[in-house]
Design a protein around this ligand. Structure first.
Ligand code: B1M
Length: 222
């Protein structure tokens, strides 16, 4: 891996957000994920290369270390902040110049769940694919989804869940939407979600990644 990608990955893994961030102490005064991502883009490294080869593997490593109890929630939070500081530089590249919107896409992380990095990534890629995004944020219950659908008839809905516990809330939300707005297409995703689970809860499509979600929407309008 390119040296700067290794450095970005290390910054995300250790929660080094930017130069002013005093954490971790042995990197005090050094550039963080923020500055290094900007530098990498200035050097001509492709945004998808930075995402796939530095940021996503770093977050996977953070998850593994959390599972092994080598780090705890505060460190996970710092890693998430470092990832976001890198993502803000990548966002403009993922949002292509398409002006004519293909439709509306309502997205949210389901009730009880505060994880939003993956959801934001999916929203960003879909927005780049020409869709208008209505982002309901995190910890979103059925009522909020229903209200958004009423305000945006015909919109496609995306549900994200990162916890095996909150994944169960997807079923409640899908049931509510299908009862009140049976024609609404629902896309589900997030680390613990599977195709089999999607079918079981009556959602329309499962994608393990943002690109699959973009392709599904493309196929819906074609
Ligand atoms: Co949390 N956390 N966390 N956490 N956290 C996980 C998910 C965990 C797997 C870590 C672990 O144990 N190894 C574990 C879940 C275990 C389980 O249920 N099986 C876990 C836990 C246990 C918890 C807490 C319960 C910890 C605690 O308090 N004891 C707690 C729960 C809080 C809550 O939500 N109520 C908690 C808290 C947090 C933080 C707040 C500290 C922070 C989140 C900050 C934030 O999001 N703003 C955090 C983080 C950072 C993680 C890990 C390390 C990283 C998640 C991430 O951002 N990944 C995570 C471990 C891991 O994932 N390896 C972990 C990067 C992101 C790009 O990937 O989100 O998977 P991901 O999204 C992917 C795909 O899933 C897909 O596309 C994305 C891009 O490829 N995708 C979709 C996602 N949504 C989609 C929707 C789609 C389609 C595709 O269509 C609509």
């Amino acid at each position: 891996m390119n040296d700067i990608l290794k450095m970005i990955s290390h910054c995300v893994e250790t929660g080094k957000i930017d130069r002013s961030c005093p954490y971790p102490p042995d990197m005090k005064g050094q550039d963080g994920a923020d500055e290094l991502t900007k530098q990498a883009l200035d050097e001509g490294i492709r945004p998808d290369d930075i995402l796939e080869n530095a940021l996503i593997p770093a977050m996977a490593a953070v998850g593994d270390r959390f599972s092994r109890k080598e780090i705890f929630v505060p460190q996970m939070l710092m890693a998430a902040k470092a990832m976001n500081s890198a993502m803000k530089h990548l966002k403009p590249y993922f949002l292509s110049g398409e002006t004519r919107r293909k439709g509306k896409f309502i997205i949210g992380t389901v009730s009880g769940d505060l994880h939003d990095i993956g959801k934001n990534l999916v929203a960003m890629m879909i927005e780049g694919g020409g869709w208008e995004i209505i982002d309901l944020g995190v910890d979103v219950g059925a009522d909020k989804f229903l209200k958004a659908i009423e305000e945006n008839p015909g919109a496609v809905v995306g549900l994200s869940a990162l916890l095996t516990t909150t994944m169960e809330n997807m079923k409640i939300i899908v049931d509510s939407i299908k009862v009140k707005h049976s024609g609404t297409k629902i896309l589900v995703g997030g680390a613990p979600v599977t195709r089999e689970y999607c079918e079981r809860i009556g959602a329309d499509f499962y994608s393990p990644d943002p690109q699959g979600a973009v392709n599904y929407l493309k196929q819906l309008v074609s």
